[in-house]
Ligand binder design. Sequence first.
Ligand SMILES: Nc1nc2c(c(=O)[nH]1)N[C@H]1C(S)=C(S)[C@@H](COP(=O)(O)O)O[C@H]1N2
Ligand SMILES: [Mo]
Length: 425
Amino acid sequence: MMTIDEKEKQALLAASATLARRKFLGVAGTVMAAAVVAPARAGSLADVPARQVGPSISVASDRSKYVHLKRVTEATPGKLNVDPGLAINSKTPLDKLVGSITPSDMHYERSHSGSPDLDPDRHQLLIHGMTRKELVFSMDELRAMPCVSRLYFMECSGNGWENWKNADPELTVQDTHGLVSMHEWTGVRLAYLMELVGAERNSTWMLAEGGDAAGVARSIPLTAEILDETLVAYAQNGEPLRPAHGFPIRLLVPGMEGNLSIKWLRRLKFGNEPFMTRWETARYTQLLPNGKARQFQLYQEVNSVITSPSGKMRIRPGYNRISGLAWSGRGKIVNVEISTDGGVNWRQAQINAPVLHKAQVRFHQDWTWDGRPTRIVSRSTDDKGHVQPDRESLIATMGENALFHYNGQQTWAIDADGRVTNVLS
Ligand SMILES: Nc1nc2c(c(=O)[nH]1)N[C@H]1C(S)=C(S)[C@@H](COP(=O)(O)O)O[C@H]1N2
Ligand SMILES: [Mo]
């Protein structure tokens, strides 16, 4: 049997990646690239598995038994893999996912007091306050309204909090960054509902309240951007929302801290000042270096992370493919750069299409590792000109009292054995 050995295969992969990069950069380098391609000896049909009989048609497709995807539970920052009864959230397995859409069952979960069992035939949404009419809508009525579908990322403001003070070398990228996900959301535009009830022009804030035991409720400023983009969503990735994520309806405020996207939505109330719920006074405020707390820090800032290679993985010298995710609550990702020497030199990464407003994007770069210990890091830039800060700059402005909105560049260290670990910078 003729097979190509590991070294030849590596050379082949590296050469094809070079070709792909040239194409991406628009440089005609075919002749040079061809010279790097090692003469490949072909494998044969005997190398691929024989055909086999399998189970018959099913009514739903399960994951392969060879694929293991699960969220990781967390009790407090750094206290991971706890009993689900003690967890405050569970995180998306970013290290095992590809592309940019998160499977619905792997969407991270943050629920303050479990998920209520709401019957869609009985659920109602009340809209009141500074409106001409006070109306209650059933799910059937909401589903009968004009709807839109949009791709948006969603992120908990706690994402990244593991690394505010120190970097635990035992953490994976699921542990450090797993509170972000991306989906296609379908629902009714908030602006449409506001027209229906005749929300008053001088109404500048809206209270959104959930039907869970904790009654999570947030005041949302009615900026032009929020009015334009906010949805009352009933579907995620083509199916009804799952209970953990707000079935039968949730609010979706794109680009803002996940906490605003109230699940199990039961009430929207219009007013002309913030409602000062405990979720925006005692909770979800940001402690600044001077000891004062900042309220309503709503945007999820420009961010990125290398998901492969990442914490606890192991790489071999030679050809490697770096891959990761980038997103910004301010708009669209326009650039991602990767450094493979700890932030000294940077090279532009390839970004997979489509690149959408407030959506996660997948980036890639080929890399030939020389086997010497190094550090890899990514940084992203959005269309408003925001550049993801390095950790030092972030700490210099935010201090170490803070807990939320950590968007510092994530560095992974690689030792001489190819082991990848979480480090501060
Ligand atoms: N009613 C209600 N809405 C809620 C929450 C909650 O606990 N109850 N958690 C919030 C937080 S902190 C986040 S980050 C997102 C998480 O949504 P997900 O669990 O679908 O990922 O929902 C928000 N909406
Ligand atoms: Mo959150």
